[in-house]
Ligand binder design. Sequence first.
Ligand code: SAM
Length: 269
Amino acid sequence: MTSTEHGRRKYDALADRYEEIYFYVADLGRDLVSYAAPPPGARVLDVGAGRGAVARAALARECVVTAVDASAGMVARLADDHPEMVVRQQDAGMLDFPDGSFGVVTAGFLVQVLTEPETALAEFHRVLAPGGMVALSLERQTVGRLGWLHDLNREYFGGGNGSADEPLSPDRLDELLTSAGFATPERTLVKIPKHLADPGALWDWLAIQGVPEALDALPTGEAVTFRERFFRGAEEMHNTGGITLEFAATLHTTTRRLPPGSAAGEGYH
Ligand SMILES: C[S@@+](CC[C@H](N)C(=O)[O-])C[C@H]1O[C@@H](n2cnc3c(N)ncnc32)[C@H](O)[C@@H]1O
């Protein structure tokens, strides 16, 4: 297993509202598929498919799409919404498909949440036909002008600098792809800034991340001071250039190497 029971339960709980809360994934799913540019008819496996942001975009290009996810809740919703896809509950590190079954493997915002991304990448390599492509997106952690909020979170909730919390970097992901046997990866950066109307909208964004529940667990009085300091910081940001969430992602593509002597372009279907 390349995710924890806790992780699977988290996504089960998010399944109904996932794309409503994480409003940027649909655009980035389309961006990832455009970057990979699979031809019509390509056999695409989307791993960690969630509610289908990437898989839908592949379907729109007339690919033949199989989607898998570890969360039973996500799988149930995806199968209901898309009877035209084959949908299965599977772990990214134990894919139940024969070697070389797919021309393209996609995974939107998956590798960053796995406990063992290298195990999943080895599976992606195995199920791809020689010459087939893998296309991955990785959320880029951008603090930008929200440094004050990161500091506030760290002060009240801790974390943020321990090695266990270190996010997977784009360079590290490319290294892992190369170690898994893929050709030298290519990548691009996509920025999707989201402007928020006022401090209340920023509070609502924190609320869907579970901040109010985390505040309830703090000693008496600390929730009140957190809120006061949050609204002071947000008001200042609002009055000095506005409040923007600086979402960004890197898109990574590479191919399973062809055996020596094969024609280029084989395996893509
Ligand atoms: C951040 S969401 C991304 C969903 C979707 N790809 C998108 O771009 O909107 C990560 C997804 O990966 C799934 N996931 C987490 N660990 C997994 C694993 N070990 N194997 C397969 N899916 C996993 C989660 O259930 C969730 O649906």
